[in-house]
Write a protein that binds this ligand. Structure first.
Ligand code: DX5
Ligand code: ZN
Length: 220
């Protein structure tokens, strides 16, 4: 399995998004955090800005929706061409219907769970998904520290994916850096979101390469 790096533009300069997307052109995905001030206590960008990001991004975009009522709003992000759209399980009324709708619109369908949300109720839904995102911080802000207590859940999720012979990507988001990426990869993650670690680096392409290499070394 190859390790994929998805830098979060939450740590980019929001007045220079095109320039800052260019800085992560060697990454696999660009992670775009959409927050609505209701599901999380922070507000970022909405559909019109994401649509422009999609048009100018040198790499595919991975939209992480931290919003209420994704059943209503998530399909719009697939409609503007986002290559991957992830909604939160805690907010979705009909996750299977929504995942199917995202796939029908041509996007990869992702579902996210917060640190305290167990994976077990969702194990049987895994075939409906292209990616499961396990939050490794409480969603809402960049720059927080990685919650190691999520590692057993990452392990159990990877085991469930392998046992069912599925090709579901397992993403981690929050506090991922050179000091934590090995643990996350070891536990079974294969897609790594990193905001402050990437945009805070003096040499961004070198940081992306270093993270990818470390992750790859610890990926099974
Ligand atoms: C947090 C966001 C993350 C955030 C990660 O709620 O979902 O994508 O940008 O930032 P770092 O890597 O700084 O923890
Ligand atoms: Zn995110």
């Amino acid at each position: 399995m190859s390790a994929l790096i998805s830098p979060s533009i939450l740590s980019a300069d929001f007045t220079n998004l095109e320039r800052d997307l260019g800085k992560i052109a060697t990454a696999d995905w660009a992670h775009v955090d959409v927050m609505d001030n209701h599901f999380v206590p922070n507000l970022t960008i909405g559909l019109p800005v994401v649509e422009r990001i999609r048009q100018v991004s040198p790499i595919p975009i991975d939209v992480h929706l931290m919003i209420e009522d994704p059943d209503r709003w998530a399909p719009g992000f697939a409609e503007v061409g986002a290559q991957s759209v992830t909604f939160h399980a805690e907010a979705a009324a009909a996750p299977v219907r929504l995942a199917r709708e995202l796939r029908r619109l041509g996007a990869r369908a992702g579902m996210a769970i917060k640190p305290a949300t167990p994976i077990e109720p969702f194990i049987d839904l895994l075939p409906e998904l292209d990616m499961l995102l396990i939050m490794t911080v409480e969603p809402g802000f960049g720059g927080q520290s990685f919650i190691e207590g999520t590692l057993p859940k990452i392990e159990r999720t990877r085991k469930a994916i392998s046992e069912a012979n599925l090709d579901v990507w397992l993403q981690v988001d929050g506090g991922v850096s050179r000091s934590t990426i090995d643990m996350a990869a070891e536990a079974g993650a294969n897609v790594f979101v990193a905001g402050s670690a990437v945009y805070g680096a003096s040499d961004i392409p070198a940081e992306i390469a270093a993270l990818r290499e470390m992750a790859q070394k610890h990926t099974h």
